[in-house]
Design a protein around this ligand. Structure first.
Ligand code: ATP
Ligand code: MG
Length: 365
């Protein structure tokens, strides 16, 4: 029997995306199906370039194509990341997902997690921005190894800086001297944050990751009031003392109706040179916070001097040492986060989250 486009389309349509448990047909994910003799060409729009499920989906597509007689398959991938709710006065309607990384506690690794997650998502082929919303103590410039003054062509819109191909904005770029303390009060902070969201030319982004200051103060409050974030990522360390502060940030999200996408436990354990695991800061903090937040534990990041050294040197570990254990942990967390964003949006919209249309993916791991 000769291969027909209809038979191929039918077979491939049945492949299921396990993240939302819907077929490619239901997801309207097959953009191009063409047949020529025994050769075929298919373009599949994935729900996120960063999803850990992509490999399986593409393998299933190949198997389905083979089952109807395709001998040579040109399989192209696109992306159709879904969009959060965007109100009429949203400051950045072209940003599909806004994801603050927060914690009630200082020094737990919020900036480290934000920078590495942003890069991991970016490296998967997603369009990502990183906004340093830590107005009092910006650390993104150091962590991303980038300094310089953003330019404005028209005196209003601000061009973000770029590093590793990713758009970045930080108050640190605007200070005359990076050692200067920022002594702003509420209204100025609101103004600055609004400007970073509204006047920075982020363009079309799949994910904008925000590095928030510690605590439950003005910046976080302003952010939650200005726009509908997709959901927050809470960072904690394993020990008990850290927890009380972290509970507060969870409770703030709950009070303000902000979804919690998941919890990242940082500095979870240390593997010594003999391969022995030490739980230096105790254990179980991440799981307890996750339970309290009714959100999944997205993963645990080990204590590793590579994380600090590369962070201090301006190249996050995910970029500098992608095969290292902490980089692998960050990548897996980014995969789970991407899937959580997808499922959260599908839940919110009753199964059909809006998309602004697919695009062809430049890279696929
Ligand atoms: N998993 C890790 N292993 C080793 N060092 C780490 C790890 N995570 C973070 N660090 C280091 O711990 C320090 C604090 O991290 P970071 O600045 O990301 O925390 P923060 O929560 O953003 O702090 P702040 O509350 O001041 O904003 C940094 O020097 C960072 O390099
Ligand atoms: Mg920080």
């Amino acid at each position: 029997m000769s291969l027909t486009r209809e038979a191929l389309h039918e077979a491939v349509s049945k492949v299921v995306d396990p993240v939302v448990n819907k077929s490619l047909k239901e997801l309207n994910a097959l953009r191009e199906v063409t047949v020529e003799g025994e050769a075929a060409r298919i373009t599949v729009d994935l729900l996120s370039p960063a999803s850990g499920a992509n490999e399986k989906i593409l393998a299933d597509v190949r198997a389905a194509a083979e089952s109807v007689g395709v001998k040579k398959l040109d399989l192209q991938v696109g992306s159709s990341v879904r969009t959060r709710q965007v109100a009429g006065d949203d400051p950045c309607p072209e940003v599909k997902n806004v994801i603050p990384v927060m914690s009630g506690k200082g020094g737990v690794g919020k900036s480290t997690v934000a920078a590495n997650l942003a890069l991991a998502l970016h490296r998967s082929g997603a369009r990502v921005g990183l906004l340093d919303a830590d107005i009092y103590g910006p650390s993104v410039p150091t962590m991303m190894g980038i300094m310089g003054r953003p330019i404005s062509r028209d005196g209003k819109a601000i061009e973000p800086l770029e590093r590793f191909g990713m758009k970045i904005m930080s108050i640190g770029f605007l200070l005359e001297d990076p050692r200067t303390a920022v002594v702003w009060r509420g209204p100025m902070i609101q103004g600055a944050l609004q400007q970073f969201l509204k006047d920075v030319t982020w363009g079309k982004l799949d994910y904008l990751i925000l590095d928030l200051p510690p605590g439950t103060g003005d910046v976080t409050l302003t952010l939650f009031q200005k726009l509908k974030v997709t959901g927050a990522v809470i960072v904690t360390t394993p020990q008990d003392v850290a927890l009380m502060d972290v509970y507060k940030s969870v409770s703030m999200c709950q009070k303000m109706n902000v979804n919690i996408l998941g919890v990242v436990e940082n500095m979870s354990f240390f593997i010594d040179s003999a391969g022995v695991r030490h739980e230096i800061f105790g254990r179980g903090g991440g799981a307890r916070i996750a339970e309290f937040a009714k959100a999944p534990l997205l993963g645990q990041v080990p204590i590793d001097s590579l994380v600090r050294e590369w962070g201090d040197n301006g190249t996050p570990v995910v970029q500098a040492a992608p095969t290292s254990a902490p980089a692998k942990a960050f990548r897996e967390i980014a995969e789970r986060l991407a899937d959580r964003v997808t499922t959260e949006l599908f839940d919110q919209y009753g199964g059909v989250a809006p998309t602004e249309g697919p695009r062809r993916l430049p890279i696929l791991r």
